[in-house]
Design a protein around this ligand. Structure first.
Ligand SMILES: C[S@@+](CC[C@H](N)C(=O)[O-])C[C@H]1O[C@@H](n2cnc3c(N)ncnc32)[C@H](O)[C@@H]1O
Length: 332
């Protein structure tokens, strides 16, 4: 059977109502594009070639193609795992089933964080340590590195509990950064959370090197029911109570501030490090995190300002002891 014939047969078989639905134009476009992508992946030719070609598919090829289409379109297996490549931010990345498929909302948050930092600070002067909990494929930390690598005082540190994810992030670093001088700026660590960091040493380092701190995390935040139909690694999605990673990050920041406050008595500080935190979270987790009865850590801080920036982004200006922290939440 010719490829075009097969294409329309599949469309009819799996989406018989496509024509009759009034709102289906957009959906149809996406669907056709997805099918073309799958064909192109399977046959190793471009989408354009498929549309004009007279390729003949034998029955084995038809069977295999239909199986892939069924998995992706009906069972919602991520097409990104098939193609093994994504474009995220300004980088091309390899991905596989060992990492979360980078999501569009995370990319939106990434671009927001760049704009936010660009508008707020003189980035030639504002140098920082960037910390990420759960780097996955490296989609966030590597884009931060790309965006801020012009300032060689910046340092980028990312952790992931999955060795396979760290390995992938590292390979994506080598894929994207030919200038190996930047390898001195980045550390990808296979570790649980930030347990490899001693907060006292970090605070001393921030102070003596006159650095600021940026923490970014899109940690696991789904419960077992919510991840039932997802194909990403369990460890990248599951959180027992939805908020433990956020509470951990807040405690980490507070511990760091405690050390800075302690050190301040010894060293005369000209200026305190600035702390910027970016967290992706879902609506249920967000509510739970801000619930004073459920989350005792809130009693330690004062929310000085809360602002809804856009449909998904909330900005908080927080005081802990005599220290101020900025937190931006992307609420999915
Ligand atoms: C939701 S994924 C985010 C991946 C990537 N940063 C993104 O936004 O697309 C969460 C990541 O956290 C990692 N992770 C889970 N538990 C962790 C832990 N205790 N310590 C460090 N990383 C963890 C997972 O392996 C996964 O790569």
């Amino acid at each position: 059977m010719k490829i075009r014939e097969f294409f329309y047969i599949l469309l009819k078989r799996y989406f018989p109502h496509l024509k009759t639905k009034s709102k289906s134009k957009f959906f149809k476009k996406i669907l056709i594009n997805k099918i073309l992508l799958i064909f192109s992946y399977y046959l190793k030719i471009s989408k354009e070639e498929i549309l004009i070609s007279d390729i003949f598919l034998n029955s084995k090829e038809q069977e295999e193609l239909e199986k892939i289409l069924y998995d992706v379109l009906i069972k919602k297996y991520p097409i990104e795992y098939l193609l093994k490549k994504v474009r995220f931010g300004n980088l091309e990345l390899n991905i596989n089933e060992n990492c979360l498929v980078p999501r569009l909302e995370t990319e939106e948050f990434l671009f927001y964080s760049f704009e936010y930092l660009k508008n707020k600070y003189d980035l030639n002067d504002f140098s920082f340590i960037f910390l990420e909990l759960g780097v996955g494929s490296g989609n966030i930390i590597l884009n931060f590195l790309e965006f801020f690598k012009f300032n060689k005082k910046n340092i980028f540190i990312g952790s992931d509990i999955s060795f396979k994810a760290i390995y992938l992030a590292l390979s994506n670093f080598y894929l994207n950064f030919i200038d190996k001088s930047v390898s001195k700026l980045i550390y990808l660590i296979n570790s649980d959370k930030f347990l490899f960091i001693n907060t006292y040493n970090l605070s001393k380092f921030l102070i003596t090197k006159n650095l600021n701190l940026i923490i970014f995390s899109n940690p696991p935040y789904l419960d077992k029911k919510e991840i039932k139909n997802l194909y990403d690694p369990f460890v990248s999605l599951y959180s027992k109570d939805k908020i433990s990673f956020y509470v951990y990050i807040l405690k980490f920041v507070f511990e760091l501030i405690d050390s800075i406050v302690y050190l301040r008595n010894d060293i005369k500080l000209e200026k305190l490090p600035i702390i910027e935190v970016f967290l992706e979270i879902d609506r249920i987790g967000f509510k739970k995190l801000l619930n004073k009865k459920r989350n005792k850590i809130l009693s330690k801080l004062t929310i000085l300002k809360k602002q809804k920036i856009s449909k998904n982004i909330y900005y908080f200006y927080i005081k802990y002891k005599e220290f101020f922290i900025n937190i931006n939440f992307y609420v999915v």
